[in-house]
Design a protein around this ligand. Structure first.
Ligand code: ADP
Length: 985
């Protein structure tokens, strides 16, 4: 057996179960032993009592039988006439011999016992085997003589001790009477002697057979001991109560309470006593036996009991050792698991640290790469170089988004992903998402519809950023993995109460689908499935992992259904708080606004129906010209919704006079367009595809649509305003980064100072008045946090020029984008946070946020005078609209015009060539971009033409393109020339 070590014993003791089981075992064992002891004692007692009773009964009966038969014989002899006559004439020889003959017959009956007789005439004592002698009745020794002759009618007993033989005898004496006139006259006696020593020996030996410890006494009614192993006691007629003291008293008391032949037992002073009466002799027999010790007597029972006990103990020990060993094994296993867990935690922390570091290290050069590419794109470039620069920027952005994904995942894994609920507008979240997805869909023949339940409260609370991420991830995947057909975004309410709405977001596509065997682990990180078929599609396999974890973190869940080759449906169910209950989209008096929808594209027609039903607007959908024509004049319509491509066909029908229409009034017309080309046709409303419930509601309620879908310029970002009076400082230890920042800030016309260290920055802050400082975080010697602290100190001591106690806004510029960073910077005296690589739109937001109103008022004033002084007039361009789109900044507008010219110059050369079937997609992109870009500067006519060409391209209507493209290029070249002319003024 295994040696149980001290440790395992301690474990054993520590284990509550084992301790409990030991205690239980002890209790059970003790109870068993106690019960066994009590019952064995009981059994032993009864057994002894039984034995004692058998033994004493035997003695009693034997003695009684012997005595009774002897008495009977003696009485018979006393009645014999020969004997009586001989007793009266002892000297008569004839009589003597007759009597002896008679006596000889009886002698045989007495076996070996002594038979004796005495006649009262000569008082000669005759006995068998002994010489006769004369008895002197007056001798006190011979008290029995007179006692027999004169005091009894039947018999008397006396006991004496024969010192020669060392024997005790019980003498039975019977008187011999003759009947005379006066009555009975004693003439002598007959007697026999019973050797009581033999009896005592018999009793003793019979008991000794049973046990040596047995003690026997007989005593008479005077309590004199009449039989005992110690003959002296008998001879001296010692009283039993004198001899045994208290025990003797109890024995004699019990004995005298007995009625004939009865027996009684009791336990006294550790002995079992049994007392019997022997009525024939009026004697008592007392036997005793010490109370047996616990384990004596029932050896077989003891053996069985204790073997069982030992067996149970043995089993108990074995089981406990087994448990202790398995406990030990579990303990070891737990320790191993703890250790593994500790290592895993360490590894996870190391991984997070590594990722943070890696992200920092990669982001810093990425800032240079994407920033420089951005600057290149802003300058004059050949077509080829521009395309390379765009590719560099695109690839850089992709890399940054992969790093972001990895960081997100590591944050989620480390449990550091915080869900930060804010108040947000669902409509703007949806709009932003739709715009991004629309852009991505440009190159694919895919229809995109949205069915958004208008009853959802618009103002919600939740983590808007993460909601956007979820929507974008799912929709981007749909775009990536779908080649034709449609993509749909449906948002409905699963459940709603006063405080919370459970949103159900379905993203459906008719893409490649996912094989059933790949679906199970699709939400695991780095899982990309069907890699062969998806070759060429960029991805890391992180999007769905992040999405599903984000859903879970927000208390929701992501699920999916897919049919391979047919498409997929991803569903998110997520709770969001309700800020105000106002619904997302409501049509006022919907029953009065019946709509005729003419749309040949089934996907869009279905989506419009869904939305109109959701908004409870009565409607009829037609899909061909004839149905449209007949429906148009046969009912009263509030609005006609038609696809933009059908405008030419319905135009003649709609241009008829009011009287032709039911109700005497022409319905309003809304054209559904895929890109923003609104305001070209008088009295026609443009509604962007995908049609949204809000757009429909706004249209039917006669409100303007708030959402404009502009794609601004070939380079990214919108420069919304300039800050010529502002002075900015950029601090970074890497010169390239300074160059990038300078370049990105240059369109804002602000004065930008740069320096390479915190120490320099402090010097500059002491000397100049800055409106905003961009401060790098990690710098040698003095990092950004220390430099900021020093600047804040200077400000407190009023050692900073022109600030009058006000703080200079300091924006942390860092490549360290791990969670908690923004909070850390704010705590350390920074005002804002901009991550590297710099996202130009974020940069714009920051400038907008921190450059003071005062600066802007001055700018706007200037702007207004500037606008007044130099109102630009460009033929074919609505300058005012263009400027308004840039928040009234003429300077920014001019910048956009410069970029527009560059862009057009580049595209014109490509548009000179008539597209073929294989170059058609590229052509569509070209005209599509021109459509949007020209709309954004207010060149509506060009935009409209571009839209026409785009539609023709999408319909592969080569004849239309061939007819209109040359005119369009001429028009475009004209526009570029006109703009350049104005700009050069
Ligand atoms: P990524 O798209 O970067 O590879 P994701 O985690 O977003 O990573 O997606 C994991 C995989 O799931 C993808 O590689 C693609 O095989 C599959 N998948 C995701 N969305 C779709 C979809 N809409 N249709 C078909 N397959 C999809």
């Amino acid at each position: 057996m295994t040696t149980i070590s001290v440790k395992s014993l301690r474990n054993f003791a520590n284990n509550k179960f084992l301790v409990f089981s030991c205690i239980l075992f002890l209790i059970i064992a003790l109870s068993a032993i106690t019960a066994y002891t009590i019952s064995t004692r009981q059994i032993n007692h009864s057994f002894i009592e039984q034995q004692l009773s058998v033994a004493s009964e035997t003695i009693r009966l034997r003695l009684a039988t012997t005595v009774n038969s002897d008495i009977a014989l003696l009485l018979k002899m006393a009645d014999t006439p020969v004997i009586q006559q001989y007793f009266m004439n002892p000297s008569d020889h004839a009589l003597k011999s007759q009597a002896n003959a008679e006596l000889a017959i009886y002698k045989e009956h007495f076996n070996n016992k002594i038979l004796y007789w005495v006649n009262d005439v000569d008082k000669t004592f005759y006995s068998t085997g002994n010489a006769p002698y004369i008895v002197n009745p007056d001798d006190p020794e011979n008290y029995w003589y007179n006692l027999t002759l004169y005091e009894t009618e039947k018999y008397i007993f006396n006991i004496n001790y024969n010192p020669d033989l060392e024997q005790i005898y019980l003498w039975v004496n019977v008187p011999v009477f003759v009947t005379v006139q006066t009555g009975k006259k004693p003439i002598g006696l007959l007697g026999t002697g019973i050797n009581l020593t033999d009896f005592s020996n018999f009793i003793a030996s019979s008991h000794r057979e049973f046990d040596k410890n047995i003690t026997t006494y007989m005593f008479n009614k005077y309590n004199e001991i009449t039989s005992a192993v110690d003959y002296e006691l008998v001879r001296n007629k010692v009283h039993l109560d004198e001899h045994l003291g208290e025990t003797g008293k109890k024995l004699t008391r019990v004995a005298h309470e007995l009625s004939g032949g009865e027996s009684r037992s009791f336990i006294y002073d550790k002995k079992i006593y049994m007392v019997n009466s022997i009525p024939a002799m009026k004697w008592y027999l007392a036997v005793s036996y010490p109370v047996p010790s616990l384990l004596s007597l029932n050896h077989a029972m003891n053996t069985v009991f204790f073997s069982m006990l030992f067996l149970i103990l043995f089993l108990f020990i074995i089981i406990n050792i087994f448990i202790a060993r398995s406990e030990n094994a579990i303990e070891k296993q737990n320790l191993r698991l703890l250790e593994a867990n500790r290592k895993a935690e360490f590894a996870s922390r190391a991984k997070s640290d590594f990722l943070a570091k890696m992200s920092h290290e990669i982001r810093t050069p990425m800032n240079a790469i994407t920033g420089m590419a951005e600057l290149l794109l802003r300058g004059e470039l050949s077509c080829e170089a521009r395309s390379y620069a765009r590719d560099i920027k695109q690839a850089g952005n992709n890399l940054v988004s992969i790093i972001n994904d990895i960081l997100d995942l590591s944050k989620i894994e480390a449990g550091k992903m915080e869900i930060i609920p804010v108040k947000y507008m669902l409509s703007s979240l949806i709009n932003d998402t739709i715009n991004i997805i629309r852009m991505r869909l440009m190159e694919k023949p895919i229809r995109f519809y949205t069915n958004i339940d208008g009853n959802i409260p618009d103002s919600l609370t939740g983590d808007e950023v993460r909601m956007r991420q979820i929507l974008l991830n799912l929709l981007s995947n749909a775009v990536k993995y779908t080649e034709k057909g449609y993509i749909g975004l449906t948002i409905t309410v699963d459940k709603q109460d006063d405080k919370q709405v459970l949103l159900r977001i379905d993203v459906a596509d008719t893409g490649k689908g996912i094989k059933p065997e790949h679906q199970a682990n699709l939400f695991d990180e780095f899982v990309r499935v069907d890699v062969k078929k998806n070759q060429g599609i960029e991805g890391t396999g992180l999007g769905l992992a992040i999405t599903s974890r984000l859903c879970a973190a927000m208390g929701g869940k992501l699920s999916m259904k897919s049919e391979y080759g047919k498409g997929s449906l991803f569903t998110v169910i997520v709770p969001q708080g309700i800020e105000t209950k106002e619904p997302f989209a409501v049509v006022e008096e919907p029953e009065r606004k019946k709509i005729l929808v003419y749309e040949g594209r089934v996907v869009y027609a279905r989506s419009i129906c869904w939305t109109l039903e959701n908004l409870t607007v009565p409607h009829v959908v037609v899909t061909n010209q004839d149905d449209f024509a007949s429906a148009l004049y046969h009912d009263e319509w509030f609005y006609v919704f038609s696809g933009y491509g059908l405008y030419e066909k319905i135009k003649p029908l709609m241009e008829k006079s009011d009287s032709v229409f039911c109700g005497g009034k022409k319905p309003h017309l809304a054209l559904m367009v895929e890109w923003g080309t609104e305001a070209y046709i008088p009295n026609v409303r443009f509604v962007s595809i995908p049609i949204q419930s809000l757009s429909i509601a706004n249209t039917l309620n006669g409100k303007a649509d708030n959402h404009n879908y502009y794609e601004v310029s070939g380079s990214s970002g919108v420069i919304r305003q300039t800050f010529p009076n502002a002075r900015l400082l950029v601090v970074d230890d890497i010169a390239t980064n300074l160059k990038v920042a300078e370049g990105l800030l240059s369109p804002y016309n602000a004065k930008v100072d740069t320096c390479l260290s915190g120490v320099e920055a402090i010097e500059l802050v002491k000397r100049n008045k800055y409106d905003l400082i961009f401060m790098d975080h990690m710098m040698p010697e003095m990092d950004g946090i220390e430099a900021t602290a020093a600047i804040r100190k200077l400000e407190n001591r009023n050692e900073v020029p022109g600030k009058n106690g006000k703080q200079i806004p300091i924006v942390a510029l860092t490549a360290n984008a791990v969670v908690g960073m923004p909070e850390m910077f704010i705590e350390n005296g920074f005002n804002d946070f901009l991550s590297k690589p710099i996202d130009v739109s974020k940069l714009d937001e920051i400038l907008d946020r921190w450059i003071t109103e005062k600066e802007r008022i001055i700018n706007n004033k200037e702007q207004i005078t500037e606008n007044k002084d130099q109102i630009l007039a460009i033929p074919g361009v609505d300058v005012q609209k263009g400027v308004a789109l840039l928040r009234g900044s003429l300077k920014a507008y001019k910048n956009i015009l410069i970029l527009f010219c560059k862009d057009v110059a580049e595209r014109l050369s490509q548009l000179q060539i008539m597209p073929e079937a294989d170059t058609l997609p590229a052509f569509i992109i070209q005209v599509h971009s021109l459509k949007s870009v020209s709309a954004s500067i207010g060149a509506q006519e060009v935009s409209f033409h571009a839209a026409g060409l785009e539609a023709a391209g999408k319909a592969a209507d080569m004849a239309f393109i061939r007819e209109h493209l040359p005119d369009f290029t001429v028009q475009l070249a004209e526009l570029e020339k006109n703009i350049r002319a104005v700009l050069s003024e």
